[in-house]
Design a protein around this ligand. Structure first.
Ligand code: 3PG
Ligand code: MG
Length: 344
């Protein structure tokens, strides 16, 4: 059973300064926010604090991985977008917490400096909850600490996949960062009824059976050259060829499994979907997930981008704002940013 942090809804807020860790690590383009999903996702908590009469809502976040102050990673564009969304004078956004190297060192003095901005602390940065940094972990020990609404919803959505998924539970895993995902593969392999594997991951599972997948796993993409398109699916990749997408038979089999599911979790594309020619496998999965009569959860940056680009995002029940954080949670790990908040 996971640690259940107490909710911001139970905090005394009126007349107090709320210091809120959000995950505003968003993509920028030409000095503007290119995708404000993570900003939008934090608004319910920000609005709750304002509605309950907080005297100030002081927001803090990292952006990118700067090695010291770096104007290209300033939160100014984020602040501009935030002010358009919630024009309330009580909101203040601190500059990128990682401009100070003490942030990632979880330095106690830096945590004290941050804590000085608030009378209570709210962590709504699910995407950063797997980091034990000053703004995500250290500061939680210095002020009365609460979980924000987004953080709680993420824990509930992802936690329910581990604890009580309606069955059949089908997990679809793909993507390129295979080493980061072995833990999740193993964890979901024990819990899901079917595991569908594509992308670079299918290749590696093939090569190394040491992952101890259960017998009923459809360890994927079984060997099918797609003669027509000259695209080769993951398993039967002849020498000198690269597997760039799952082929038509695999797509059909995967879509059929997803269609039977009552719960689906999907992380990672099936192929190099950025290239239209190799997007068919990812598209087939995205459409099957969107159409499924199931509770559907998608996590991880690339699969989130895929469901958005393929236009099915609004037919998915929950799209996690966390990449690494959602994977660590599904591995069964406790997240330091969550553990630091007292239970209800
Ligand atoms: C993310 O986008 O994955 C989170 O904001 C965490 O960022 P990090 O991987 O640089 O810690
Ligand atoms: Mg990350």
């Amino acid at each position: 059973m996971h640690h259940r942090p107490r909710s911001v809804e139970d905090a005394e807020v009126a007349g107090r300064r709320a210091l809120v860790r959000v995950d505003f690590n968003v993509p920028l383009e030409d000095g503007r926010v290119a995708d404000d999903t993570r900003i939008q996702a934090a608004l319910p908590t920000i609005r709750l604090l304002l509605d309950r009469g907080a005297s100030e809502v002081v927001l803090m976040s990292h952006l990118g991985r700067p090695k010291g102050p770096d104007p290209a990673l300033s939160l100014e564009p984020v602040e501009a977008r935030l002010r358009e969304l919630v024009p309330d004078e009580r909101i203040r956004l601190l500059e990128n917490t990682r401009f100070d190297p003490r942030e990632t060192e979880n330095d106690p003095e830096y945590a004290r400096e941050l804590a000085a901005h608030g009378d209570l602390y709210v962590n709504d940065a699910f995407g950063s909850a797997h980091r034990a940094h000053a703004s995500t972990e250290g500061v939680a020990h210095l002020l009365p600490a609460y979980a924000g609404l987004l953080l709680l919803r993420e824990l509930e959505e992802l936690g329910s996949l581990l604890e009580s998924p309606e069955r059949p539970f089908v997990a679809v895993l793909g993507g390129a960062k295979v080493a980061d995902k072995i833990g999740v593969l193993t964890s979901l392999g024990k819990r899901a009824d079917t595991l569908l594997i594509g992308g670079k991951m299918a290749e590696e599972v093939e090569r190394d059976s040491g992952y101890q997948l259960p017998d009923d796993v459809v360890a994927a993409a079984s060997f099918e050259p797609d003669a027509e398109a000259r695209v080769v699916s993951w398993d039967e990749v002849p020498d000198g060829w690269l597997g760039l997408d799952v082929g038509p038979a695999t797509r059909e089999r995967y879509a059929a499994r997803v269609a039977e599911a009552r719960t689906v979790f999907w992380n990672g594309p099936m192929g190099v979907f950025e290239w239209p020619r190799f997007a068919e496998g990812t598209r087939a999965v995205a459409e099957a997930v969107a159409a499924a009569d199931a509770h559907t959860v998608v996590g991880g940056g690339d699969s989130v981008r895929a469901v958005e680009e393929l236009g099915v995002a609004d037919r998915i029940d929950w799209i996690s704002t966390g990449g690494g954080a959602s994977l660590e949670l599904l591995e069964g790990k406790e997240l330091p940013g969550v553990l630091a908040i007292p239970e209800a």
